[in-house]
Design a protein around this ligand. Structure first.
Ligand code: GRF
Length: 192
């Protein structure tokens, strides 16, 4: 069972999944492996890590395409070369078209840095602080055509501290993302 992970930047969630797959021997235990890491940014730092791990990498620059649909069609063609059982969005900062989402229905996941359904969209940590939330966190969900909405697979919660800034809260949430995303991916693969 091949996993393809999509990133746009640091790829810390991708790295956490790769490391967990190695440490928990997913290849033997789940018959699963991370087959490729795909990015829309040639300079995504996560690509360096993936290459160091001997994982295939692909770059598709969205600016090279006439439309969102054209980019998504090309992206799906690249991804399908790896015959994925699961496509994992991890810090992939593109809104995907309904056609792309439908093509991967039931095998497309994302991690969002809030306790969905609260705070869909961007700047989730600042918004949680501004709202006076006592808790924040992250959500792993199946991706549907509606942004940051979809069946919730797992969540992790962290306290919001009195003197938190968006950055200190983001760092605390990110630590939990690295726990909950690999756990959710492993659980999904066990069911496939
Ligand atoms: C994280 O906050 C994650 O919740 C969001 O993208 C941010 C960066 O993730 N999806 P990564 O370090 O690139 O995995």
């Amino acid at each position: 069972k091949n996993i393809v992970i999509l990133i746009s930047g640091g790829g810390s969630n991708m790295a956490a999944i790769v490391r967990t797959a190695q440490q928990q021997d997913w290849e033997r235990r789940l018959g699963a492996r991370v087959a490729a890491v795909v990015s829309n940014k040639a300079d995504a730092k996560g690509l360096v890590f993936a290459r160091e791990q001997g994982i295939a990498t692909e770059v598709l620059d969205h600016k090279a395409f006439e439309s969102r649909e054209a980019f998504d069609a090309a992206l799906a063609q690249v991804i399908d070369r790896y015959d994925p059982a699961l496509v994992v969005l991890a810090g992939f900062m593109r809104i995907l078209t309904p056609g792309f989402v439908a093509h991967y229905a039931g095998r497309l996941t994302n991690i969002h840095p809030s306790l969905l359904p609260a705070f869909t969209g961007l700047h989730t940590h600042q918004r949680a602080i501004d709202a006076g939330c006592r808790f924040a966190g992250c959500t792993v969900h199946l991706v549907t055509a509606e942004l940051d909405v979809g069946p919730i697979l797992d969540q992790a919660v962290v306290p919001v501290l009195q003197d938190d800034t968006a950055d200190t809260l983001a760092a605390r949430v990110l630590t939990q993302e690295h726990v909950v995303y690999p756990r959710a991916v492993a659980s999904l693969l066990q069911k496939k």
